[in-house]
Design a protein around this ligand. Structure first.
Ligand SMILES: Nc1nc2c(ncn2[C@@H]2O[C@H](COP(=O)(O)OP(=O)(O)O)[C@@H](O)[C@H]2O)c(=O)[nH]1
Ligand SMILES: [Mg+2]
Length: 394
């Protein structure tokens, strides 16, 4: 018996609606509502999810943040940059970005460090792009010089091996000095004696998103030690003995291991086994430290002091090219409560060639780093999937 055409059309529409209903329930990524929910698929970039301000106690701007407010709502914190006079233009560009997106609302001071005195031009032009106070500090010689126990011949021989492995800046001694200073000395500068929190800024970086809360207060009020934006794999041959030295240190100081550590992230072998092999057991995952928002109490702790001294004596800042990023990251991953490490997913940031690009109407011009939905992350260097897997998105 033939079915009337209108009845057939109705039946077809009902079937299509039923299929659509099933698809909305079972499609990949269904139920994802916001930060954290994308853990269902670690290979899906959570920056695709709409991003707002973090959960927790937030303090927004007010008159108490005006440059000369007294008393002021600012806490003991500074924006911090190690920079050369020749990098003035790049520094101004980074400052303009951060002032526009954040600091003009909060007016935290800037502190600039250099191994030679800053020029008058550097001081005048940097102070001109902010209403906040700028401080210009010379690094003491004993913090910058190559330590007495580093053998020059051995250093030169080691550079050859590093160069065979294409390790960038291997022969640039100042790069090694910079990594050592950023690892274990910056927070010992007398100018920071009374400062607890810092936000590290490099020349030529970009900030894309309006951030409307006091990030230092966020760190303080939510009990955070360290904040990052980008999390990457490192060049394994820049750190071949960093993990073996760390193991030696741990054998003497197991008491420093935190119960809620991120050791699995530090030692993961599943996602990139070759890196783990070449770095002798270290995943090479690290927080990219050209962006750091941190509480210096951690660096000033006995655990970190002992760890840094152990590494410094081992010589790898010169005989290899240990960066401050892997050194800071391993220490945080082992000695700190991992719930005190925060991914600032809402701070749009770029240091060439990598981005942190949140999906937010508060961000402008930050699209290059974002990948299309469903696509595996193009960026093989990205280590966030491991961080999310072992620690989460807090
Ligand atoms: N004053 C000073 N700053 C340095 C020196 N070497 C590096 N820096 C700073 O240290 C940071 C990292 O150096 P950079 O060349 O950007 O290294 P990259 O980001 O690893 O390519 C930047 O803020 C530089 O301005 C140095 O010899 N003297
Ligand atoms: Mg740089």
């Amino acid at each position: 018996m033939a079915i009337a055409r209108p009845v057939r059309a109705l039946g077809l529409a009902a079937i299509m609606m039923w299929c659509f209903f099933l698809w909305t329930i079972f499609r990949p990524g269904a139920g994802i509502k916001g930060p954290g929910d994308s853990l269902a698929n670690l290979e899906r970039d959570p920056n695709l999810d709409p991003t707002g301000e973090p959960e927790g106690h937030l303090v927004h701007t007010s008159d108490a943040y005006l440059p000369d407010a007294n008393p002021s709502a600012r806490i003991n914190a500074t924006l911090l940059a190690l920079v050369r006079n020749e990098e003035l233009e790049g520094m101004l560009q980074s400052m303009r970005d951060l002032e526009r997106t954040w600091n003009h609302k909060f007016n935290y001071p800037w502190t600039f460090f250099n191994d030679v005195p800053f020029t008058e031009e550097f001081k005048r032009k940097t102070q001109a792009v902010t209403k906040a106070k700028c401080n210009y500090e010379l690094i003491p010689k004993e913090h910058w010089e190559v330590p007495s126990w580093i053998n020059d011949d051995l250093y030169k021989e080691s550079v050859k091996i590093l160069e065979e492995h294409d390790i960038q800046y291997a022969d640039k001694i100042s790069y090694h000095q910079m990594c050592r200073w950023n690892s274990g000395l910056f927070y010992k500068h007398p100018a920071l004696q009374n400062t607890q929190y810092y936000w590290r800024v490099e020349p030529k970086v970009h900030f894309f998103c309006d951030v409307d809360y006091d990030v230092f207060r966020y760190m303080h009020d939510n009990n955070k030690t360290y904040g990052f934006t980008i999390n990457l794999y490192d060049a394994p041959y820049s750190v071949p003995s960093l993990w073996p030295e760390t193991i030696k240190f741990l054998a003497q100081h197991s008491e420093y291991l935190h119960d809620n550590n991120a050791r699995d992230w530090v030692t993961d072998k599943l996602r990139r086994p070759s890196h783990n092999d070449q770095a002798s057991g270290y995943s090479t995952c690290h927080f990219w430290s050209n962006f750091e928002i941190g509480d210096m109490t951690f660096w000033r702790s006995q655990a970190y002091e002992d760890y840094f001294n152990h590494l410094d004596r081992a010589g790898g800042f010169f005989y290899e090219r240990w960066g401050d990023a892997p050194v800071h990251s391993i220490a945080l991953g082992l000695f700190e409560d991992s719930s005190r490490i925060h991914w600032f997913r809402d701070i749009g940031y770029q240091h060439i060639p990598f981005f942190n690009c949140p999906n937010s109407p508060k961000c402008h011009g930050c699209t290059t780093g974002r990948f299309t939905d469903g696509e595996a992350w193009l960026n093989m260097e990205d280590c966030r999937p491991n961080w999310f897997k072992y620690v989460g998105m807090g």
